[in-house]
Design a protein around this ligand. Structure first.
Ligand SMILES: C[S@@+](CC[C@H](N)C(=O)[O-])C[C@H]1O[C@@H](n2cnc3c(N)ncnc32)[C@H](O)[C@@H]1O
Length: 215
């Protein structure tokens, strides 16, 4: 989607994707990655997710990337985690374990992001229309070579592929998108109701190849 679409959603407070509690699927499946304390987790298109604070509470370093300044401001206010601007153009928590990139995810470079041990994607892949999703996955692979992946995709019957966000991303497309850059396994499917219609949240675990083969 265009940037102005998301800025408008934040300005209007239309952020129905935001959850008040840490995502149960994150809590359930992250342990399967067996990440060591201090590992760095990239959260693309992070919004003001409480998952960031939950990950910090688990002892991880967190790299958030988000377009909207309102998301950052509301995150700071609601989570009580101060973010200070750094000389590097990023925002940093006082104790340094949260680094926040404010801008277009596609402008993020591997040098700037630094080492990434895992990627947590909830409502990021499914925020992009189909034509943009290959670029998104390539960007992830270039930022996170060798990193593990916890991805939550969305699927539903009878929902047009072009209707969104969030967009339905069928399993075969997930496999095709990540096939060249990562190993990936569907770990679970959880049924959920969305505006009275059954949807599935699909949990995928994987690992990006050590070298960005998509480059
Ligand atoms: C559907 S929301 C999901 C937010 C978060 N992952 C969560 O689960 O609450 C998508 C977010 O991505 C942000 N976004 C959209 N396009 C972006 C881009 N190109 N770069 C960085 N952030 C972007 C939007 O502002 C929005 O906050």
């Amino acid at each position: 989607m265009e940037h102005h679409f998301w800025h408008q959603r934040w300005q209007a407070g239309q952020i129905g994707w935001h959850l008040p509690e840490p995502n149960p699927l994150l809590k359930q499946y992250l342990p399967e990655l067996a990440l060591p304390q201090g590992a760095s987790i990239l959260v693309p298109l992070c919004g003001k997710s409480v998952d960031l604070a939950w990950l910090l509470g688990q002892g991880y370093h967190v790299i958030g990337a988000e377009l909207s300044p309102l998301a950052r401001e509301q995150f700071v206010e609601e989570q009580g985690i101060e973010l200070l601007p750094g000389d590097d153009g990023w925002w940093h928590s006082e104790e340094g374990r949260l680094r926040w990139f404010e801008g277009d995810f596609f402008a993020l470079t591997p040098d700037s992001a630094g080492a990434v041990d895992a990627v947590y994607d909830r409502a990021a892949l499914v925020a992009f229309a189909q034509a943009r999703r290959p670029d998104y996955v390539r960007q992830l692979a270039s930022l996170a070579p060798g990193a593990q992946l916890l991805l939550i995709s969305l699927d539903a019957e009878g929902v047009p592929l072009e209707a969104g966000p969030p967009f339905v991303v069928p399993d075969d497309e997930v496999v095709q998108l990540f096939g060249d850059v990562a190993t990936l396994e569907k770990r679970a499917e959880h049924a959920t109701l969305r505006q009275g219609h059954p949807w599935w949240e699909k949990v995928w675990l994987g690992r990006f190849k050590a070298v960005d083969s998509a480059a």
